[in-house]
Design a protein around this ligand. Structure first.
Ligand SMILES: [Zn+2]
Ligand SMILES: [Zn+2]
Length: 284
């Protein structure tokens, strides 16, 4: 892509996962981004899930937090080392559970995050995105797939109402194991209410290509939702959702194309400006 006019607007604020469900050295993510001419890169490692709801691949909570501490230190060091080459941000992908709100806000207060990716991977206490079996189990617990989606979006709005989210992660992840987007009147209503909340809370949508390699084979948010978001004036950014250094920038061509089709003209970057983080619109 060297020399491409699009070079200057490559960013990702969702990715760099290595601790629990990814691999590689954080520095190699940075080098891969520099090679591709990224304008900005944010690391958003998963928050260690609360002890009651551990991620499948997560070590004991204490060990998870020790690893997380090292992640924070490493990103802070990389920021300094690569100061002149690439603006790096320390972020986190939080996990929202309705009965663990305090855990989330307490965890955020422990570290000097530059920004927060807010995500929901649990419905009815089940990590629905882990595998098809758990997805079906969560749907069963909710009383069907439509109710699963409605509950999911209710959680997303609960997350937004905490006021901690800067980037809203993979908006319609709830379709992950569904051959077609879950639909129905109640689902459409829930989606609309969630977009309205996203606008109200002034968050940036994570346009995330990882769904393309999942059974749903879609970018999150799918075309229809992304178009609605654009019509409402909700800003959007790229997320490669990288879980290894060779996934940096993966599928961002498709992500960019989907934003263009939705009518976006810019991609929103988060860039350091002194001690502040500024939103900057880059040409799409
Ligand atoms: Zn991950
Ligand atoms: Zn996620």
């Amino acid at each position: 892509m060297a020399g491409s006019p699009e070079r200057g607007s490559l960013v990702s604020y969702h990715g760099g996962h290595t601790l629990y469900d990814g691999t590689g050295r954080l520095e190699d993510f940075v080098l891969a981004a520099i090679r591709q001419g990224f304008a900005g890169l944010g690391f958003s490692e998963h928050m260690p899930a609360p002890p009651r709801y551990p991620y499948p691949d997560q070590p004991s909570w204490d060990e998870a937090v020790r690893k997380f501490d090292r992640y924070v230190d490493t990103v802070q060091e990389l920021k300094v080392t690569y100061r002149d080459e690439l603006p790096l941000l320390l972020g986190i992908e939080v996990e929202y559970l309705p009965d663990e709100e305090e855990y989330l806000t307490d965890f955020l207060a422990r570290y000097p995050f530059d920004y927060v990716v807010g995500s929901v991977h649990y419905v009815a206490g089940i990590g629905f995105d882990h595998c098809r079996e758990w997805y079906d189990e969560a749907a069963q617990k909710c009383g069907g797939y439509e109710n699963l989606a409605v509950s999911y979006y209710r959680n997303v709005r609960g997350l937004l109402a905490l006021g901690v989210t800067d980037v809203l992660g993979h908006l319609d992840l709830i379709n992950i194991f569904s051959p077609a987007p879950i639909s129905g009147e109640d689902v459409a209503e829930a989606e609309e209410a969630t977009l309205a909340a996203a606008l109200q809370w002034n968050v940036i949508l994570d346009v995330n290509g990882r769904g393309l390699i999942k059974p749903c084979k879609q970018i999150y948010p799918r075309a229809e939702l992304l178009r609605k978001a654009r019509e409402m004036g909700i800003p959007a950014t790229f997320g490669d959702d990288s879980h290894a250094p060779d996934q940096v920038g993966a599928r961002l061509d498709e992500v960019r194309a989907s934003m263009r089709v939705a009518g976006y003209q810019t991609v929103t970057a988060l860039l350091p400006d002194g001690h502040q983080i500024r939103r900057v619109e880059l040409p799409l």
